[in-house]
Each structure stands twice: as structure tokens, then as C-alpha cells.
Design a protein around this ligand. Structure first.
Ligand SMILES: NC(=O)NCCC[C@H](N)C(=O)O
Length: 478
């Protein structure tokens, strides 16, 4: 079994990652709970799985573990096989140690009696289950129990507790920083069970056994239980969409709707103390549902190319086009400000400051990544109102790099796709790419400067893109 963990960049060739395919729990979201469960709408389960997410799995397998799929696509997708290849509890499941499915691993650890006892008790405690239900759950085998824990529904289709539909956004539940695993502390109740399941996985699955000493958990502040319910910066909540490993020495942390100032503070102290990184830049963004995490406003494409939302760019902040009155009025709109502070391990009391996002990203490209090419920015919606905001909302800035310059994004963000073309990128739809990879007409190793557009009508209603839908475990060094 491949068990290596090592991530030192956002764009080095992806070798291993954790994912979770949409489970039946997504098909149980009702309109009245959609917002509480952090979905913008209800989704059509079959479409999100078969017509959208499965293409992600196929592409990941062609790139990371081709033996599992190459030459077998016809068989894998034959209606007679009922898509069993994509079902974690089926004997024909793809079982890859490179494209690693969380439900599969969870099913495995739940075969151990002691872990089953602990997890059943913990899940039942947070979900307020009866003693009788607890006993019923204990009678299930590992894979069945994993399915119930994730979908919230028993095998005889009874809803036992709420689903965890955001489990597909594996990025937010844990982050690999070099060879450390930072566990997250979700800000929203809807994501609490996800964090619990993943904590047990990292501590107990043999795949992570050699990294047990490298798991980092952030403690709570003392008396945290006395603090007000939401929005208190003294609380410790941190989600992976707010963490980016840009080099082995440099980490970005967002302070956002989901990650608090106290979490960033603790993270900086812990990571410096353990010598995990030498430099940490904190990016404080407005606490707004639209922005949620920093990876909803920018991600990296190449050493010298980034995709971002223009709202935080130099031009907007300096308001070069604004008249005097407008400048004064706009200037006082604090809630739209972004604040960037950079700490170095050798002297955290002397931080550096950046005026805007482009200044920071250009600095990373030039100084940290030693790029000699001109730094380029591709803007959401081609920086044109209202497409910039519309397309950011549907994750135009939330791309996943399969390798440097080859990124996955949603096909619905037309203006952003146009901006990629204008910046000299090839654009290919996942349907065509999968067909050509199967025929051997394209090889992943030969691909360069390409935006792969993915079907997205249903996926985008869950409010996350492929950056969110991935927890990289291993990337090649840049
Ligand atoms: N890193 C990310 O931005 N993740 C997206 C999470 C979407 C999910 N519906 C949530 O609101 O938590």
C-alpha cells in the first residue's frame, strides 16, 4: 500500500489525494434545511454523481492511477455494471491508494471492534441517539456502518440523523503541510461529524500509521464554552479551505467566515514551534458567505499564474477610477477590506504587510518560487461586472492543479474560461478529455497549460469547486 504523505506546494504534480463521492445523503437535503446544511439548493443525486462527479474520479484515475481505468472505460461505465466501480461499499469499487475514498477507509477501520465502539458512542453522542439505536449500529459491519455514518440513513432506508452532504469537500477537514497533518475544527455544526470521522481515520488507519506523531490538533481557548455562539474571534475554528501550502517554508492562512483569528494565532505558534514552516502569511478577508474561505477567492495555476477575484486587486482597492468623494466614502467601507500580514519564524514581532492580493501572490511567484517569467493574473469573469461576482459564486477561482498549469474548473464559468483562453491556455471539456485519454490520443504527462472544464450544473449548488473537493496527500516537489 502506498502510504506516503508529502505536500509542499499547490501545483506540484498531484500523486495522491483524499476524496469522497456524493453519497445518498445529498439526495436527502430538503429545501428548509439546505442553508443550515450549507447547500444553496437541493441537488439531483443521479446527475451530480453520474453526469458530474464521476468524471472527476475518472480524470483523477487517468492522471494518478491509470491501471485502474485505462482500457476499461467501456466496462466500467456499461449500464449492466450499474456504476459499481464508483460505489465504495461494492466489491467492484476502484479501491485506489492514490485516489483514496474516505468511505472506503472508514469502513476498514470500523472493522476493528474497539474503534467501532468508540466511534459509535461518539457519533451517537453528537447526534443525540437513543441507547437502542447505538446497539443497532454496533451490530453493523464496518462498510455498512461507514455508509450510515456518512449518509445518516440506515440500510433499510430509515433516516437516523442528518446527512453530512459537505463531506465531498475533503479539503476542509484536514490539511497536509509538508509531512504533517493539521486537523481542522469546523465552524458550522453541519460539518462537526465530518471532522470526528476524519480524526479517527488519521489516528487509526494503517495508511497513516507512520504519521501519527505528525498529526496536529489545535486546542480550544480556555473557557471557550463561555463565549457567544457565533462570530467570536476568540473561538478556535479552522477549515482547510483557508490553508494553502505555497512552498515547503511558506504557508498561507485565511481569517474568514470560517477560520477565526484565534485559530490563525494558535496555528502560527504551533507550526513555528514544531519547525513545520518558516513563514506564514495571514490573509484576513471579509466574513461573507460569498467568500467563505480564501480558496474561494484565489488559487494557483502555475508558478507565475494565479486565478483570483478582482475585488481584492490593486486597482479596486486604490480606486484609480473613483472621484474624490467616492474614494472617501468607499474607503471607509471596512467590511470589504482585505488585510495581509506576513510573519517570519525568526522574528514574529516584525511582520511585513502587503497592500493587496496581487502584491502578495507576485511576491510568492518571484521570491519563493523563483519564477523568472512575468507574473500573470487571470480574473474571475474576466474582471467584468457582473460576471466577476457571478462566476466567483460558482467557484471560478477554486481550481485544482493536477500538475503545474493543468487545472480543473467548472464549465459554467464562461467569462473566466474566456480569460484563460486569452491568457494562452488550452481549454478542453472533461467529456472529450476522458475519451481521448482512453484512446491514448492524449497522455497526462504531455499536457501543459490547460483548463479542463468539468460539468457543474448540480455540483456548483453545493458551493465548492475542485480545490475544495480534494485533500492532497502527496504532490511531487516543484
Ligand atoms: N474550501 C471550500 O471553499 N469549500 C467549500 C465548502 C462548501 C460547503 N457547502 C460549505 O459551505 O462548507
Amino acid at each position: 500500500m502506498n502510504d506516503q504523505i508529502h505536500v509542499t506546494s499547490e501545483i506540484g504534480t498531484l500523486k495522491r489525494l483524499l476524496v469522497h463521492s456524493p453519497d445518498s445523503g445529498l439526495g436527502k437535503v430538503v429545501p428548509s434545511k439546505a442553508q443550515d446544511w450549507l447547500f444553496e439548493d437541493i441537488v439531483h443525486l443521479d446527475t451530480i454523481r453520474r453526469k458530474e462527479y464521476d468524471f472527476y474520479i475518472k480524470l483523477l484515475l487517468y492522471f494518478l492511477d491509470p491501471e485502474k481505468i485505462k482500457g476499461r472505460l467501456g466496462e466500467v461505465d456499461a449500464p449492466a455494471n450499474d456504476f459499481n466501480f464508483y460505489k465504495p461499499d461494492h466489491k467492484d469499487f476502484y479501491r485506489s491508494d492514490k485516489v483514496v475514498e474516505l468511505q472506503w477507509l472508514l469502513g476498514e477501520i470500523l472493522e476493528q471492534h474497539e474503534i467501532k465502539l468508540k466511534l459509535v458512542a461518539s457519533v451517537c453522542a453528537i447526534e443525540n441517539c437513543s441507547y437502542e439505536l447505538q446497539d443497532k449500529l454496533l451490530a453493523l459491519d464496518g462498510p455498512q456502518l461507514a455508509k450510515v455514518f456518512i449518509s445518516g440513513t440506515s440500510n433499510d432506508k430509515e433516516m437516523l440523523f442528518p446527512p453530512i452532504p459537505n463531506f465531498i469537500f475533503t479539503r476542509d477537514i484536514g490539511i497536509v503541510i509538508n509531512d504533517y497533518i493539521l486537523l481542522n475544527k469546523p465552524a458550522r455544526k453541519a460539518r462537526t461529524r465530518e471532522a470526528l470521522l476524519v480524526k479517527y481515520l488519521f489516528y487509526n488507519h494503517p495508511m497513516f500509521a507512520s504519521y501519527r506523531d505528525k498529526i496536529i490538533e489545535l486546542p480550544n481557548t480556555s473557557h471557550y464554552f463561555l463565549l457567544p455562539k457565533d462570530g467570536d474571534d476568540k473561538k478556535v475554528t479552522l477549515e482547510g479551505g483557508d490553508i494553502m501550502v505555497v512552498t515547503k517554508d511558506h504557508l498561507l492562512i485565511g481569517i474568514s467566515e470560517r477560520t477565526t483569528m484565534e485559530a490563525a494565532h494558535q496555528c502560527i505558534n504551533l507550526l513555528f514551534e514544531k519547525n513545520v514552516v518558516k513563514k506564514i502569511t495571514v490573509i484576513k478577508i471579509p466574513k461573507k458567505r460569498d467568500y467563505m474561505h480564501i480558496d474561494t477567492i484565489f488559487t494557483q495555476v502555475k508558478r507565475n499564474v494565479w486565478v483570483l477575484l478582482g475585488t481584492f486587486s490593486k486597482k479596486t482597492i486604490k480606486m484609480e477610477d473613483a472621484d474624490d468623494v467616492q474614494r472617501v466614502l468607499e474607503g471607509s467601507k471596512k467590511e470589504d477590506k482585505i488585510k495581509i500580514t506576513q510573519f517570519r519564524k525568526k522574528d514574529p514581532s516584525q511582520p511585513a504587510y502587503f497592500d493587496n492580493l496581487e502584491e502578495l501572490l507576485a511576491d510568492i511567484s518571484k521570491h519563493d518560487l523563483k519564477s523568472e517569467e512575468k507574473v500573470r493574473f487571470i480574473y474571475s469573469g474576466n474582471n467584468e461586472f457582473p460576471y466577476d461576482a457571478r462566476e466567483q459564486w460558482t467557484d471560478s477561482c477554486n481550481l485544482l492543479a493536477l500538475k503545474e498549469g493543468v487545472v480543473l474548473g467548472y464549465d459554467r464559468n464562461d467569462k473566466t474560461v474566456e480569460a484563460f483562453r486569452e491568457a494562452g491556455f488550452n481549454v478542453i471539456h472533461a467529456h472529450d478529455l476522458v475519451a481521448q485519454l482512453e484512446l491514448g490520443e492524449i497522455k497526462p504527462a504531455d499536457m501543459q497549460n490547460t483548463l479542463i472544464t468539468m460539468p457543474s450544473a448540480e455540483l456548483s449548488r453545493a458551493r465548492g469547486g475542485f480545490h475544495c473537493m480534494s485533500m492532497p496527500l502527496m504532490r511531487e516537489e516543484l
